[in-house]
Design a protein around this ligand. Structure first.
Ligand SMILES: Nc1ncnc2c1ncn2[C@@H]1O[C@H](COP(=O)(O)OS(=O)(=O)O)[C@@H](OP(=O)(O)O)[C@H]1O
Length: 388
C-alpha cells in the first residue's frame, strides 16, 4: 500500500516536470520561430522607429511625410496622379520639408568624400596647447545648391582657416541647444586662424539674421548664388534622387498649369527670390559685411572667385590657380596640391548631378518670373550676375 502511494506520487512529480519542460520547450520554439520570421524580413510589417534630431523616437509611418505619401501611392508602378489636390498638397509638403534624415545622409556622403582634404589640412596645421574652439567669425549662409560645398572645401586649403565639415544647422534647427553646444562643434584654432562653417538654409530662414547678429554683429557672411532657374532644377534633381516618385518639375512649378500661375510656395522656387531674402539680412547687417560669390564663376574661374573671398576675409591670397585642375570628365574644377603629382581631389558624386531635361517653355516662364527679382538683386548688391 505504502509502496503504491510512493509510486503514484513519484509519477505525479515526473509528470509535472515533463509538463514544465514541455512548456519551456514551447516558449523556446515560438521564440525561435519568431526570430526566423524576423530574419526573412516579415518584421518590417511591425511599426518601426526612427530617431529624430532631438533624439525622440518617432513612429516612422506616422511621422515621415514621404512614407505617408508612399502608402497612398498606386502600387505596381501605377502613375501618380499629381493633379489630385491632396496628392499635390502632400507632395509639396514633402518637398518643402526636406526630410532631415535624408539631408543628413547626403551630407554624410558629402563629407566622407571631402574628409581627405580636411585631414590633409589638419595634418599640416601645428597642433599645440594654445588651440581653442571659437565661435565662427565667418559663415557661408547660402544658397542651397549654389556651390557652398565647393567653396568651403576650397577655403579649407587655406592655412588660416579651420572649418567644420558637417552643416551644424545651429541657427535654424538647433538654436535651443545654445552657443556652447555650437562652439563645441567647431575645430580648434590657433590665434589668427578663422573659424568657419556652412549651412545653406540660413539664407532663407527668417529667424537666422537676428540670431547671428545676437552671437556677433561682426560676423562676416558669404552667400554663393547661382542662376535661380538652374538652382531650382538642381534642387529638384537632388530631391528626386532620393524620392524618384515625385511629380515632374513642370507640374510642381505651377499652382495652376493652364493659368500658368507659378507656385511660389514650392521651396525650390522660393529660395531663388534672392532679393526678398536679402532684404531681411540688411535689417541687421551692412552690405559691406556680406560677400556674394558667383556659383557660375566658382566653376569657370575658381581662382578668381577665391581671390575675392580671401580679400573679403582679410586673408593672404594663398589659394590660387595652382590649386585647381579642371577635370573634363567631371566637368568641374578639382583641388590639387601645388608642386605635387598626387591625383586632384574632386567633390563627391552628389555634386554635379545630371539634371533632367525641362520643358523649354517652362524654363522660359521661370526666367520671366525671376527677372524682376534678379534685377533688384543686382541693384542691391551692385553686381550683375548675368543670369538674364
Ligand atoms: N568644383 C565643383 N565640383 C562639383 N560641384 C560644384 C563645384 N563647384 C560648384 N559646384 C556645384 O555645386 C552644386 C551643389 O551646391 P552645394 O554644395 O551648395 O549643395 S548643397 O546645398 O550643399 O546640397 C552642384 O550642383 P549640381 O551640378 O546641380 O549637382 C555643382 O554644380
Amino acid at each position: 500500500m505504502e509502496y503504491s502511494l510512493l509510486c503514484q506520487s513519484s509519477f505525479i512529480i515526473s509528470l509535472h516536470s515533463v509538463k514544465n519542460k514541455l512548456f519551456l520547450f514551447c516558449i523556446m520554439l515560438s521564440l525561435w520561430v519568431y526570430m526566423l520570421y524576423c530574419c526573412v524580413g516579415y518584421c518590417s510589417t511591425m511599426p518601426s522607429f526612427v530617431i529624430d534630431s532631438a533624439g525622440r523616437k518617432m513612429e516612422r509611418l506616422e511621422e515621415d511625410p514621404y512614407l505617408k505619401i508612399q502608402s497612398r501611392l498606386p502600387k505596381n508602378g501605377g502613375e501618380l496622379d499629381s493633379s489630385l489636390p491632396f496628392i499635390k498638397a502632400l507632395s509639396r509638403d514633402l518637398l518643402n520639408n526636406e526630410n532631415e534624415v535624408d539631408s543628413r545622409a547626403e551630407e554624410w556622403e558629402e563629407i566622407k568624400g571631402e574628409q581627405r582634404t580636411v585631414e590633409d589640412s589638419t595634418m599640416s596645421g601645428v597642433v599645440n596647447g594654445s588651440e581653442t574652439k571659437k565661435l565662427p567669425q565667418a559663415i557661408i549662409i547660402g544658397v542651397k545648391k549654389g556651390g557652398t560645398r565647393a567653396l568651403l572645401e576650397f577655403l579649407r586649403v587655406h592655412p588660416d582657416i579651420r572649418a567644420v565639415g558637417a552643416e551644424p544647422h545651429f541657427f535654424d534647427r538647433n538654436y535651443e541647444k545654445g552657443l556652447e553646444w555650437y562652439r563645441d562643434l567647431m575645430p580648434k584654432t590657433l590665434e589668427g586662424q578663422l573659424t568657419m562653417e556652412k549651412t545653406p538654409s540660413y539664407f532663407v530662414t527668417k529667424e537666422v539674421p537676428a540670431r547671428i547678429y545676437t552671437m556677433s554683429k561682426d560676423t562676416k557672411l558669404i552667400v554663393v548664388v547661382r542662376d535661380p532657374v538652374t538652382r531650382a532644377i538642381s534642387d529638384y534633381t537632388q530631391t528626386r534622387s532620393k524620392k524618384p516618385d515625385i511629380p515632374s518639375f513642370e507640374s510642381l512649378t505651377f499652382k495652376n498649369m493652364t493659368a500658368g500661375l507659378i507656385d511660389t510656395t514650392w521651396s525650390a522656387l522660393q529660395i531663388g527670390m534672392y532679393a526678398r531674402h536679402l532684404e531681411r539680412w540688411l535689417e541687421f547687417f551692412p552690405m559691406s559685411q556680406m560677400l556674394f560669390v558667383s556659383g557660375e564663376r566658382l566653376i569657370s574661374d575658381p581662382a578668381g572667385e577665391m581671390a575675392h573671398v580671401q580679400d573679403f576675409l582679410g586673408l593672404r591670397r594663398v589659394v590660387t590657380d595652382k590649386h585647381f585642375h579642371f577635370n573634363p570628365a567631371k566637368g568641374f574644377p578639382c583641388l590639387k596640391k601645388p608642386e605635387s603629382n598626387s591625383k586632384p581631389h574632386c567633390l563627391g558624386k552628389t555634386k554635379g548631378r545630371t539634371h533632367p531635361n525641362i520643358n523649354p517653355d517652362v524654363v522660359q516662364r521661370l526666367r520671366d518670373f525671376y527677372k524682376p527679382f534678379n534685377q533688384k538683386f543686382y541693384h542691391m548688391t551692385g553686381h550683375d550676375f548675368g543670369w538674364d
